[in-house]
Ligand binder design. Structure first.
Ligand SMILES: O=P(O)(O)OC[C@H]1O[C@H](O[C@H]2O[C@H](CO)[C@@H](O)[C@H](O)[C@H]2O)[C@H](O)[C@@H](O)[C@@H]1O
Length: 229
């Protein structure tokens, strides 16, 4: 994948997971299987992957995952997406299409910038407008899903699951969410009083706090953990 964890991130995530009054959760646009391979999260971590479509928990033997199956209508729509996005990607060298259980993703990071922008425009003006298709435009990706789920749903699931595990009401759970992509804004905009939203890097945001980069997130998490004792 060519992606590595920020130095110190694994350690601080392990410390959060080990804290008795804190739950570690990863909310990501990645497929659950890819997220686990990349982050190697500690036991107990809640996983809301594919923007919150896929739910799982890291157990000692590996993640336990809630089963998912697209309906016949969803499968038919995904087949149409394959045809349309396949054609769009083939016109932009370096662009490619990722398969997810509930949709397809057009990737343009490795395409020439102009060709990538044109491919993105075609996807946004074309299949993204089809009935039943839900589009999320991220950094060099256009996600076209056949279920209307965003990272806000991922955070809502995490809050409910963490509350159930702790035997408290969901309203008693305070969430700290940090993210750098436009797709993280769904989650940041859904936060409530008592939560903390952290925007990483530049760009418009609904977050109340901004930090410069990933090492600054690691430092912030260390501070929060120290304050929790
Ligand atoms: O929500 P995130 O955890 O930030 O995940 C967003 C996307 O992650 C993956 O794409 C990223 O990695 C690709 C290479 O592995 C790269 O081409 C792309 O530009 C990155 O965004 C994943 O493949 C996507 O489905 C996610 O939306």
């Amino acid at each position: 994948m060519g992606v590595t964890m920020t130095p110190g991130a694994a350690e601080v995530l392990a410390a959060i997971a080990a804290h008795p009054a804190t739950t570690l959760a990863l909310v990501s646009g990645r497929r659950l299987v890819d997220l686990v391979e990349l982050a190697q999260p500690p036991v107990g971590t809640l996983l809301a992957a594919s923007h919150g479509v896929e739910h799982g928990v890291v157990e000692p033997g590996g993640p336990s995952v809630e089963p998912l199956e697209p309906t016949a209508d969803e499968r038919a729509l995904i087949t149409r997406l394959d045809d349309s996005l396949g054609e769009i990607a083939s016109a932009a060298e370096g662009a490619w299409v990722e398969s997810k259980t509930f949709g397809r993703v057009l990737h343009t990071r490795q395409a020439d910038p102009d060709a990538g922008a044109a491919a993105t425009e075609r996807a946004v003006a074309g299949p993204a407008t089809w009935p039943g298709v839900h589009a999320i435009v991220g950094k060099s990706v256009v996600e076209l899903a056949v279920r209307d789920v965003t990272k806000a749903d991922g955070v809502a699931w995490v809050r409910e699951r963490a509350a159930a595990d702790a035997g408290v009401a969901p309203a008693a759970v305070a969430v700290l969410f940090a993210g750098d992509d436009t797709t993280d804004e769904h989650a940041l905009a859904s936060l409530r009083e008592g939560d903390l939203g952290v925007k990483v890097g530049d760009g418009e945001t609904a977050a109340s706090v901004r930090v410069a980069d990933e090492p600054a997130v690691v430092a912030l998490l260390r501070e929060v953990l120290a304050a929790r004792g």
